[in-house]
Write a protein that binds this ligand. Sequence first.
Ligand SMILES: NC(=O)c1ccc[n+]([C@@H]2O[C@H](COP(=O)([O-])OP(=O)(O)OC[C@H]3O[C@@H](n4cnc5c(N)ncnc54)[C@H](OP(=O)(O)O)[C@@H]3O)[C@@H](O)[C@H]2O)c1
Length: 271
Amino acid sequence: MTAHATSNLPVIWITGASSGIGKAFAQQYAKDGAHLILSSRQVDELEKLKSELTSFSNGDILVMPLDLSAGDGSLQKKTEEAWAWKNKVDVLVNNGGISQRSLFLETDMKTIRRLLEVNLFGALALSRFILPSMVNQGSGHIIVTSSVAGKFGTKYRSGYAASKHAIQGAFDSIRQEMYEHNIDITLVCPGPIKTAITQNSLTGDGKAFGKMGDLHTHAMDPNEMLRRIWPKIKARKEEITISGPKERLALLLKRAAPGILNRILKQSKVV
Ligand SMILES: NC(=O)c1ccc[n+]([C@@H]2O[C@H](COP(=O)([O-])OP(=O)(O)OC[C@H]3O[C@@H](n4cnc5c(N)ncnc54)[C@H](OP(=O)(O)O)[C@@H]3O)[C@@H](O)[C@H]2O)c1
């Protein structure tokens, strides 16, 4: 591909790119043709992904490590670095996140704050710092990996559901403010997807759960998830739900008969 052709490729910045859904986002964008910025904490995993993508991608790839809980100053610098790479960012995929496996009464407040710091404030900070440049640019797309836990809470997920409900509300507001600036917001709400999310989930004292749960062992593969939602991502849909039949039914009940859903969830054995 000529230098001129590659200079027209979009720049896509993905957080949580070292694993699961973020990695699948990177693979899908690389197939389409894009310059990619890969972010998360594990540099080795990001470098491995870069080598894999370089074998077929026609765009450039920048590994840019970051910790979503590092605070506003650090995340502002990362945003400036990301923008400076190609003097633009067309799409920010706020995907990095952690889940929870602990009852509320067995969860330290610092664990709940960590869930909100990574899942909510990390994504809000990157968006807050990049949006002024997107507004100047006159275009942009922010994708957020929320969850069906952003629609209804279940046992063992109080902090996680709080972070995902908050992110839904925040980005609904941001979408309305960004409409006049030609910037789109897409909230993706997956049900269980087969990734390392359960192993990496926080227990009450903040340590990793460390094992795969039943819910995710037979869940959808992340590449299959991306394949299914890709046309909607490209169409910049406002919200995309991708889940199995149980979660689809729960979402329906949440809207049409929330009392029935609450009764079912109170008696359910979620872990
Ligand atoms: N899998 C599911 O069933 C499911 C369902 C609904 C929503 N989601 C959401 O999908 C997103 C991706 O999760 P996944 O399923 O792909 O899980 P995963 O395999 O555990 O991946 C999580 C990603 O987030 C990154 N991350 C975690 N803490 C971070 C931090 N402090 N700073 C920067 N990056 C951090 C991890 O990278 P490092 O360890 O390298 O930092 C990793 O790349 C999350 O927002 C999750 O809530 C997942």
